[in-house]
Design a protein around this ligand. Sequence first.
Ligand code: MIG
Length: 786
Amino acid sequence: MLEDTSFAIHPGQKKQVKNRNFNDIGKVIKFEQTANGATVQTESGDLKIVFYRADIVRFVLNPFGDTTLASSPALIAEPESVDFLAEDADEDILLQSAKLTVQIKKNPVRLTVSDQDGNVLIREAAKGMGYNHSNEVICFKEMDVADHFYGFGEKTGFLDKRGEKMTMWNTDVYAPHNPETDPLYQSIPYFMTLRNGSAHGLFFDNTFKTTFDFKTEKDGYSFGAEGGQIDYYVMSGPEPKDVLEQYTALTGRIPIPPKWAIGYHQSRYSYESEQEVRELANTFLEKGIPLDVIYLDIHYMNEYRVFTFDRARFPKPAQLVSDLKEKGIRVIPIVDPGVKEDPEYKIYQEGVQGGHFCKYIEGKIYLGDVWPGNSAFPDFTSSRVRKWWGEKHEFYTNLGIEGIWNDMNEPAVFNETKTMDLKVIHENEGDPKTHRELHNLYGLMMGKATYTGMKNQLEGLRPFLLTRAGFAGVQRYAAVWTGDNRSFWEHLQLSLPMVMNLGLSGIPFAGPDVGGFAHDSNGELLTRWTQVGAFTPYFRNHSAIGFARQEPWSFGEKYEKIIKKYIEIRYQWLPHLYSLFAEAHRSGTPVMRPLMFEYPHDANTYQLSDQFMVGDNVIVAPIMQPGIEHRAVYLPEGQWIDYWTGEEWAGEQHHLIKAELDVLPVFIKKGSLVVQGELKQTTEMKDEKLTVHLYYGDCTDYSFKLYQDDGISFDYENGKCLTKEMNVICQDGKVDLTITDRGKFQPDWKTVELVIHGVCDNISVSVNGIVKSAIKKNEQMFTFQL
Ligand code: MIG
């Protein structure tokens, strides 16, 4: 029949292949200086160049229409006023701030960005910016032989992403994560380049599906998007720390977490009844295993309806929450975005009546299949919807709940594409856009709604939010766990570079499910994983329904004992870790760092994926294979002390280290210090005494900023916090400790004990210039008041 109609000559029958080739943007037509940079008219639209600071410059070009300076919600910064020189010559245009020089060759347009010393950071050569008729955009850059690439958010594989091609498209991946699994739940279109010891950053602010390609070409890389503008920021570095400071100036930093959120967390899919939760808490208390949080996974709800409890299994949630809180344990329930399609369910009614759900352009609400069956999805791109959703959390906060766990917020839907129909329209504050364009923002905006709502309700207490999906800037609202890993040794291994790269992507509060989520864990794996977890920023044991239980005692006494020991160590290290979180809050510096972050000139660190640093002076080198008690450890410049034995190891060398099952290899840099508190059951217990462990060794300036505040409120924003900057000089038989206090806060502790490790001769110790004591051989410890 169809043959008789015009369909017979339908053009699609010849299966035309789309021409995806990119057109170059062409040459410069006109140059115009602006308050913060320039507008350069090209053959393919206006290229706007904006200095945000002397060390941050933005490039925007829309090849399909008017170039706009509007940004995605990742951005929190506005351009500062920046002094710069502009020069319009025959062949090129030069824009120069105190830190950056932008050169624009005119025909064709080719950009070069250099630092103040003339070192090239990024350069376009044969190819520059391009676009095609499928509305895709792309930027090609030269790649130096010495370049190493880090960041990109949540990726599998090793630390350095040179040679990889990665996509940003928030995706629920239950299938086992392996080195070619990409994308995962988070989209952070940002990376840091390290070249010969200097670093610079690049943030591509585009919410569409983006691709970063360091693989296809030998001497060039590219980043591109399925739509939208070319819109990226170059950050000058030159230290990795500077890049993080610059990137987080644009996208924000973590609030200081409530102290309880950096304790040990226990989860399971699912603890299914009040009784089970109480028994769990009691077991921790009886066994004296420290614990701060228990999670409620989807079984707490009435048929997976968010903002409800199943009253048969959880008859008295308020009582449960308050009884546990008395014991210093908080309860965190899961909240998914999918709202069950049920005309008798209040949230669904409100959502429909208020116009809060995502809709097709024709007006029909989008429904997708998730846990509760057919469900509608709040449109978090609208501030009105965010307010509504945030306010709904009174349901939890009125019960005394201070933390929420957001899952499935890619959003995940049980269908072929794994997500919402791309045609769905988001309100987006009066600028409606398709899900195809805003998909990657869903988790971020849900996080914003949840965090803001809770913060309003908690009357000055810090909320805690855990999220699976996110976009650049998600650190402002939530900690990130790395989704559905498995109880494989390989997944313990891959969690290290993954969390380190999250840290380099502005997300310092992250961690994997300790012990592994799916698959059956075992005693040895859980033990080794808990040892690592004790030193990773986010520390939660979580496992899936239908697999072996993995609470600390699940595999027998031998393992339980070691697991307990390491959870205790976490609590002892809390003053130190909390100080590092405060540093992340101040400057974006990650808590858990790759060695290249501190030793960017040491090529041995560039791909080092099985060791990490906690702060700037502690190296953790875990065993991550079964039946193994030895491993190679690389120690960079300096002298390093084995945390357990006091043995000294030389830097800039590899060593073979022995570590039986109860040993996590930890090394402290000589001449530096670590601050510890007391053993405790929960973070609710205060430290009466602090211990400063100083590792004696030649050092002319080491400094650590010990931070304390009340751990629960936002008073720190008004100066109610204490920073004790401890400066150490160890030389010629002398230890000089200088302590400078900043801020007004009466700390918990009454005494501070100084323990000096590695003293082998008479030395004299002074604190703030006053000689405290002369230490003779083997007298290594003394106590005083700080
Ligand atoms: O499709 O809520 O990643 O942590 O336990 C599974 C049940 C949905 C996925 C999360 C996991 C959680 C589980 N969720």
